[in-house]
Design a protein around this ligand. Structure first.
Ligand code: PLP
Length: 418
């Protein structure tokens, strides 16, 4: 009989990894309190729970002016609009990310310009970003992907040289730090998602960290139907003029859940960080496995998914086969996103959206070539679920044992044509 679960052999891990989100009586009590208060919504903005969340989130990330809002996509659209970036402006985004990083500029009327990634971290390649800069480039959105952070020193130097606005997409980086500075506090803006899979979740939600109180006031106005807000994004200031805005407010129920999530967050993140270091060491012994670079400037490694790479020729199979086999072994994993220009979720030229219709020359994906992103997305990347790191060394040991077993029996997978 085969050793591999996918071929009928015994599973490496029979006990399921724990579910997400984690919750207890505190979440129920917090939501009940909001329900009983009658103050469910985000109007007038900010509600008491939303204001408390803004304060606590800034304390955790260590800087900025926080404006909580509906999700981690509008956060980026609002950031661009607050910075005065719009119609026809170019915004640089990495080829390896969730589609929101590129759809947010389009929602603001700007054009996403896709550039390749650095293979050692899977984050934006600053050299490639510089090559893509034109007189129309106004902003760059580095993504702190999976378990890594983009090189924020290089990105900030580039931004200074070319006067660009930097919006850090921190949907995967709550609690992470770069040279002791919180993710999202280094650029002009930091965009965070509280969507259900994220390490701080309210089901749906997001928060935007702004560098200055002026930017936060603009962002608060844009998400609150254009009402003018005090510096820092505080209460409405009726003496000031309305601008164009929409309703992207966070509900008080969601804010209450985030506040309870924050009580647990630091302990969860510290534990994940320890387990990630343990995982780095264990995986690096397996032939054909490449542990992504952990830059020493990435001082606190709070992450969303742990990503490692394989060299298929040495490992024995491609990443999709490894993931299928790993999943069968009881290890929750994924091959990750497709490269942005191939991504089925990101095909704006098929829509009647204004930006791709007005600027079709930017959306000719067949002529685009991002070799590093293609290599990561089509052959190499393996995304391990956060739950693996939540159940201590045993959770990690099981995942590593499964990868080892698959590598040792890779030829069998090749022979069976899986
Ligand atoms: C990298 C990245 N950016 C942005 C988002 C968008 O966040 P949301 O789903 O809250 O809109 C997500 C995930 O959902 C993401 O993974």
């Amino acid at each position: 009989m085969s050793q591999l679960a996918i071929l009928g052999g015994p599973k490496t891990r029979t006990e399921p990894y724990p579910e997400w989100p984690v919750w207890d009586q505190r979440d129920i009590d917090a939501v009940t309190e909001v329900i009983k208060s009658g103050r469910w919504g985000g109007f007038p903005y900010p509600g008491p729970k939303t204001a408390e969340l803004a304060k606590k989130f800034v304390e955790m990330q260590g800087g900025g002016y926080a404006v909580p809002m509906a999700n981690g996509t509008v956060t980026m659209e609002v950031a661009l609009r607050a910075a005065g970036i719009g119609w026809g402006d170019e915004v640089i985004v990495p080829a390896y990310t969730f589609q929101a990083t590129a759809s947010a500029p389009m929602a603001a009327g700007a054009i996403p310009v896709i550039v390749d990634i650095d293979l050692s971290t899977y984050c934006l390649d600053t050299g490639e970003a510089e090559k893509a800069i034109t007189s129309k480039t106004k902003a760059v959105i580095p993504v702190h992907l999976g378990s890594n952070m983009a090189d924020m020193d290089a990105i900030m130097a580039l931004a200074k040289k070319h006067q660009l606005i930097v919006i850090e997409d921190c949907a995967h980086a709550h609690g992470a730090k770069w040279r002791g500075m919180g993710a999202g506090t280094i650029g002009h803006f930091g965009s965070f998602s509280f969507q259900s899979s994220k390490t701080l979740t309210t089901g749906e939600g997001g928060i935007l960290l702004c560098k200055t109180p002026e930017l936060a006031a603009k962002a608060a106005s844009i998400i609150d139907c254009g009402r003018a807000h005090a510096l820092g994004g505080g209460p409405e200031d009726e003496s000031m003029e309305f601008q164009v805005g929409g309703n992207f407010r966070l509900s008080e129920i969601a804010a209450a859940l985030a506040l309870v999530g924050l009580e647990r967050f630091t302990a969860q993140a510290n534990h994940r960080e320890q387990m990630a270091a343990y995982m780095d060491e264990a995986l690096s012994e397996i032939p054909g496995v490449r542990v992504l670079k952990h830059d020493i400037r990435h001082t606190t490694r709070s992450f969303y998914r742990y990503i490692f790479a394989i060299t298929p020729e040495e490992f024995g199979v491609e990443h999709d086969v490894l993931c299928a086999a790993l999943y069968a072994e009881g290890v929750d994993c994924w091959v990750g996103y497709e490269a942005m220009h191939n991504y089925t979720l990101f095909q704006p030229q098929k829509s009647r959206l204004a930006v791709p219709n007005a600027f079709p020359q930017y959306f000719d994906f067949k002529s685009m070539n991002f070799p590093e992103a293609a290599r990561a997305c089509e052959h190499e990347a393996v995304w391990l679920d956060e739950a693996i790191f939540r159940c201590g060394p045993k959770g990690v040991d099981d995942a590593v044992a499964a990868v080892k077993k698959i590598q040792a029996n890779a030829q069998e997978l090749v022979n069976t044509g899986i």
